[in-house]
Design a protein around this ligand. Structure first.
Ligand SMILES: *[C@@H]1O[C@H](CO)[C@@H](O)[C@H](O)[C@H]1NC(C)=O
Ligand SMILES: *[C@@H]1O[C@H](CO)[C@@H](O)[C@H](O)[C@H]1NC(C)=O
Ligand SMILES: *[C@@H]1O[C@H](CO)[C@@H](O)[C@H](O)[C@H]1NC(C)=O
Length: 155
C-alpha cells in the first residue's frame, strides 16, 4: 500500500503491534456497522445519526480529524471488498483548488476539520451479508487524509 511506504517505520511498528480500536457506528435489527482507522498515523472520529438513514439515501454524519496535510484539493474513493477482491464503487473530487465547495476545503496542515451535516447518495437496498468497505480521502499530493475500514453486517 502506497501510504505504508511513506510512513516512517517506527509508526508502522507501533501501528501493527497495537492498532486502532474498533468503533461502533450504528446498530439496528438489520444492520450493524463498525469501523477502524486504516491510516497508520491517526484514528478518525465518525458518527451516524442512525443506521436506517442508509437505506433512505440521506444520513446525518459527524466526522472529525486533525489534518496532517492541507486539503486545497480533496478526493474520496470507496472500495468494496468481496471475495478477497477490491471493487471500486465510488470516487469523486470533494474540494477543488478554485472552488472550495465545502466548508473545510482549503484547510491547512495542523487544523481541525469537523463536519456535521447531511450526506446524500443514491438510495439502494443494502444486500444481506457481511461486507468490508474502505473509504479513503486523499489530497492532490496523494497524501492520505483519512482512511477507514467499515465492516457492515446486514441481515
Ligand atoms: C483495511 O482493509 C484492507 C482491505 O481489506 C486491509 O488490507 C487492511 O489490513 C485493513 N486495515 C485495518 C486497519 O483493518
Ligand atoms: C464546485 O462548484 C463549482 C461551481 O459551482 C462546480 O462547477 C463544481 O462541479 C463543484 N465541484 C465539486 C467537486 O462539487
Ligand atoms: C472484513 O474484515 C474483517 C476484519 O478485518 C475480517 O475478519 C473479515 O473476514 C472481513 N470480511 C470480508 C467479507 O471480507
Amino acid at each position: 500500500m502506497k501510504t505504508f511506504k511513506a510512513a516512517p517505520l517506527i509508526f508502522l511498528l507501533i501501528y501493527t503491534s497495537i492498532g486502532w480500536p474498533t468503533h461502533s457506528v450504528c446498530k439496528n435489527s438489520h444492520l450493524e456497522i463498525y469501523y477502524i482507522s486504516c491510516d497508520p498515523l491517526q484514528d478518525f472520529a465518525f458518527t451516524l445519526d442512525s443506521c436506517s438513514g442508509l437505506t433512505t439515501g440521506s444520513v446525518n454524519i459527524r466526522a472529525a480529524t486533525v489534518l496532517r496535510h492541507s486539503i486545497r484539493e480533496l478526493f474520496v474513493t470507496v472500495n468494496l471488498f468481496f471475495n478477497g477482491k477490491s471493487i471500486p464503487i465510488f470516487s469523486r473530487q470533494l474540494c477543488e483548488q478554485n472552488h472550495p465547495n465545502l466548508s473545510f476545503c482549503g484547510k491547512k496542515k495542523g487544523e481541525h476539520v469537523y463536519y456535521e451535516g447531511p450526506v446524500s447518495f443514491r438510495s439502494y437496498d443494502i444486500p444481506h451479508g457481511d461486507f468490508n468497505v474502505t473509504v479513503e480521502l486523499f489530497n492532490g499530493d496523494q497524501h492520505t487524509i483519512v482512511c477507514t475500514n467499515f465492516t457492515i453486517l446486514s441481515r
